[in-house]
Design a protein around this ligand. Structure first.
Ligand code: PLP
Length: 283
């Protein structure tokens, strides 16, 4: 039995019902978050739920819970489902109403659903690295919103999978923006490069953790756009996300990155990131 959350009710997944008229279903009119659970504890929950409320605000969706209340919901789901290592998924749509593009009336309430699921850390990918494929960034211009509208991301990820790659790297006007479900980082001469947190990328929570760790451990950072040519000439590459953590990239479009193995700066960051997980476990 998997316990889900649905607008204030905790119940078995099989008993949950969402309207056929839900705007998430019609338009992808909603936002979502994924929060990692390590050792039964939520990792960076405050940052995730702050971003959740910010995403909702950007699409003019008023959510009926605070950051603290969302955190309690996520905790309860992890506990009730016995999740030790996994994640909590939470989404909010603009609710159910007969299909019309403009917003429904005030009487329509958001539909909030959430669950917790077992999901072990992808340790072999984290250790050995992954291959990626570049692709045109065909998405809209509000990639800073963690929107349910993920068609551009879905098509890119599928293209990468069909090429035997773990992730797609978006390139917009010659600039590397981010992955289909991750942020992109390069290392050149010991300096870390990543796209700035503009409307063209999602400002990942893991990305922010990495930038904080760089500041703490005196690793130089350039948050500036870089071209695909620069990306291809980096000494090291890695991607970050809540579930992938810090995953080295060892080849791009079939060509090896550096020696074709995870780089030193990447491994150092993985090490200090790991310490943040251990600190959480010690709490
Ligand atoms: N960029 C995109 C498009 C994503 O979908 C994600 C995560 O799913 C990320 C970046 C990484 O964000 P986070 O580190 O918060 O998981």
């Amino acid at each position: 039995m998997t316990i889900y959350f649905n607008n204030g009710v905790y119940a078995d997944k099989e008993t949950m019902k969402v309207s056929i008229d839900d705007r998430g279903y019609y338009f992808g009119d909603g936002v979502y978050e994924v929060v990692k659970v390590y050792d039964g504890k939520l990792y960076t929950a405050e940052e995730h739920f702050t971003r959740f409320l910010q995403s909702a605000k950007k699409i003019r969706l008023d959510l009926p819970y605070t950051i603290e209340e969302f955190t309690e919901i996520a905790k309860k789901l992890a506990v009730d489902n016995g999740i030790v290592e996994g994640h909590v998924y939470i989404q909010a749509t603009r609710g159910a109403a007969p299909r019309m593009h403009n917003f429904p009336g005030e009487d329509v309430v958001p539909m909030i659903t959430a669950y917790a699921i077992h999901n072990p850390r992808p340790l072999s990918k984290i250790k050995e690295g992954v291959a990626v494929k570049t692709t045109d960034d065909i998405r809209w211009l509000r990639c800073d919103i963690k929107s349910l509208n993920l068609l551009g991301n879905v098509l890119a990820k599928q293209e990468a999978y069909e090429a035997g790659c773990a992730e797609a790297v978006f390139v917009r006007d010659g600039i590397v923006t981010e992955g289909s479900s991750s942020n992109m980082f390069g290392v050149k001469d010991g300096i870390l490069y990543t796209h700035p947190a503009t409307n063209l990328i999602l400002n990942g929570i893991t990305r922010r953790v990495v930038l904080k760790l760089c500041a703490k451990h005196s690793i130089g950072v350039m948050e500036e756009p870089f071209t695909l040519e620069q990306f291809n000439e980096m000494d090291e590459l890695f991607l970050t996300s809540t579930t992938s953590e810090i995953t080295p990239i060892v080849s791009v479009d079939g060509k090896p990155v550096g020696e074709g193995v995870p780089g030193r700066v990447t491994e150092r960051l993985q090490q200090v990131f790991e310490e943040t997980i251990h600190e959480l476990k010690m709490e």
